[in-house]
Design a binder for this molecule. Sequence first.
Ligand SMILES: Cc1cc2nc3c(=O)[nH]c(=O)nc-3n(C[C@H](O)[C@H](O)[C@H](O)COP(=O)(O)O)c2cc1C
Length: 454
Amino acid sequence: MTKQIHLAAQLPGIHNVTVWSDPRSRSQIAIGSFVHLARTAERGKFDFFFLAEGLRLREHKGSLYELDVAGRPDNLTMLSALSAATTRLGVAATVNATFNEPYEVARRLATLDHLSGGRTGWNVVTSFDAFTGENFRRGGFLAEADRYTRAAEFLATARELWDSWAEGDVLADAATGRFVRPGAGEFAHHGEHFDISGRFTTPRAPQGHPVIIQAGESDPGREFAASDAEVVFSKYNRLDEARAFYRDVKGRLARYGRSPADLRIMPTATVVVADTDEEATAYADEITRAQVSPQTAIAHLEAVWGRDLSAYDPDGPLPDIDPEPESLVLKGHSVFRTGRAETARRWRALAEERGLSIRELMIEVHGGQTFVGSPHTVADAIDHFVQSDGADGFVFATHLTPGGLDDFVDRVVPLLQEKGVHRPDYTGTTLRHHLGLAPRPRAERTSGNAREAS
Ligand SMILES: Cc1cc2nc3c(=O)[nH]c(=O)nc-3n(C[C@H](O)[C@H](O)[C@H](O)COP(=O)(O)O)c2cc1C
């Protein structure tokens, strides 16, 4: 059966996808930039607009890392504003389960679901480093091994809070003088990470629960996706790797009584469109070289080598000195977190085999655009990727803020609609509906007082 393609847009902020130095780039923080991109996505009948989250500014050799954008607004606040600037587009926030409390996060997500009329998604990330943790009250308090047990309990607790109100609990009945049913909002959760009880302040949201998104890739991360997520945001956008990831994660669902249709896998992707394939290829090379500047190439190599390599020529060969994989020169960057000795070995072998300079190697391993070509070429490639089970759709990030998605929406989306693989218009109002996911029934409360009949 032909699959429908799910589309999302991301204003990426951090990472070298965003070329902030391009003269066409506008503010990375002003509301106007976010509204432009969100409305473009809505014009293209996308499923949702997505914001990643970085809770600590990165540091490089002891100073702020400013080759990428540094500094960003708070996701839930920004998406609350965007929900008023759009009418159908889903709004999905990355919100960390390691440094927050379930009561606060559940309340803010339920509020966003009310504001948006049922368009909220939550990307439950765990983060990994004590460096980020230093910003928070208990300073780097969680061991890496406990991240997913806390995230699972965090989500379970949030679900109990969302289910503490039933639809119809707000009576507002002037005749009887009753505003709410007596048991409304009561909850009690006693667990390893959270021991809380009381009443939840926010009545039941239109979707009940936001759509749950997951973005980790370790084995516990994939299990968490299989047990709890409805969307996986993945980094695998090369077809062979993507198909292996897709098979692996979808294959885990049955263990949790779920079927492959209960989960959408959406890799991050970039797209470069021009009149002809040749023009698009030339433009894509230009973008890639802007994303992997000589300075970025050296910084990424330093991150893996664990030492200062500023004396090396980015257009020259790799340094012959050995890496110091235990030393951390680029802090807060997830890509260079583990396995640096192995990465250095792999990179050296690749550079030697192909005769690549430092910058060419960095372009090979971190650069490159996912879909490049004329509108027809791009539409065919996206469709092929999805129909051959590499993904269920994509989260598009653009190098230009905020106009980077305009061409795709104006020139490629109509072709996907003509092919019958992308909706010509929205058919529902909630994010769960756009994604083709079943509504989530409310779990009956297991604690608290018996509910009074209305
Ligand atoms: C594609 C992708 C996107 C991610 N986006 C974020 C993010 O926006 N914010 C964040 O704190 N962590 C983000 N993460 C990190 C994960 O939440 C997780 O903390 C990290 O991958 C370590 O978990 P793992 O060991 O399961 O991979 C992302 C990870 C992946 C693979």
